[in-house]
Design a protein around this ligand. Structure first.
Ligand SMILES: [Zn+2]
Length: 60
């Protein structure tokens, strides 16, 4: 997993930049119950998830 490539995603709420949430204890990306990466939008203070698989329209 390349953290540099997944570190930022566009917030779906306001199209601002969201930064990847990470577990500071393990230095690994934080994920929700579905294992999706969590991002924090600095501008709008939104937390959103990003499913990399959905970008490829791949079913789980
Ligand atoms: Zn936002």
């Amino acid at each position: 997993m390349n953290l540099e490539q997944i570190k930022y995603q566009t917030c779906p709420w306001d199209q601002e930049e969201g930064v990847l949430l990470t577990d500071i204890n393990e230095d690994l990306p934080d994920t929700d119950a579905d294992g999706e990466l969590q991002y924090y939008c600095l501008s709008g203070r939104h937390v959103f998830s990003y499913d990399e698989d959905s970008e490829n329209e791949r079913r789980k």
